[in-house]
Design a protein around this ligand. Structure first.
Ligand SMILES: [Zn+2]
Length: 160
């Protein structure tokens, strides 16, 4: 079946950064299902899959603008260490949920000392060119309920 709006598509994928490091993969897990045309996945990947068929394999290189967006340096901020009360050990690379001007989202610790913590609220993949190796495992019609909700339901029906 061909991929178009309102199809549920299941893909196997491996995502690598420009240096070839694997960032994420479905290997060892079930294929990832998504509802095509509902912005469940990043725009560059969704548009590359449009019109493809079950069994197709493709490699897609996606610029940041069509991926997780460009980095915004105003989203890197230094905050007081006492904002992290109860956390004894803060190290670069750690992630926390924080309330930001863009709502509740994960922030990554860039640096920390006794008084201040530098946090980055950009998506970890913002500003990065992404390479996806994708295999299309299954394409099916979405149910009326899935279309209404804008996402995929599991094989046993409604699961949330
Ligand atoms: Zn639902």
């Amino acid at each position: 079946m061909q991929i178009e709006k309102d199809k549920v598509v299941s893909i196997e994928y491996t995502l690598t950064d420009p240096k070839g490091n694997v960032i994420d993969t479905s290997k060892g897990r079930a294929p990832l299902p998504y509802l095509h045309g509902a912005h469940n996945i990043i725009p560059g990947l969704e548009s590359a899959l449009e019109g493809k068929n079950t069994g197709d394999e493709l490699t897609v290189t996606i610029a940041p603008e069509q991926g997780y967006g460009l980095r915004n340096e105003q989203m890197v901020q230094t905050v007081a260490r006492d904002r992290f009360q109860g956390v004894t050990d803060i190290k670069p690379g750690m992630q926390f949920q924080a309330n930001t001007s863009q709502g509740r989202r994960p922030v990554t610790i860039v640096a920390a000392d006794d008084k201040t913590v530098k946090v980055d609220a950009n998506h970890p993949l913002a500003g990065m060119t992404l390479k996806f190796d994708v295999k299309i495992i299954d394409v099916r019609d979405a149910s009326a309920e899935e279309k209404e909700h804008g996402h995929v339901h599991g094989p046993e029906g409604h699961q949330h």
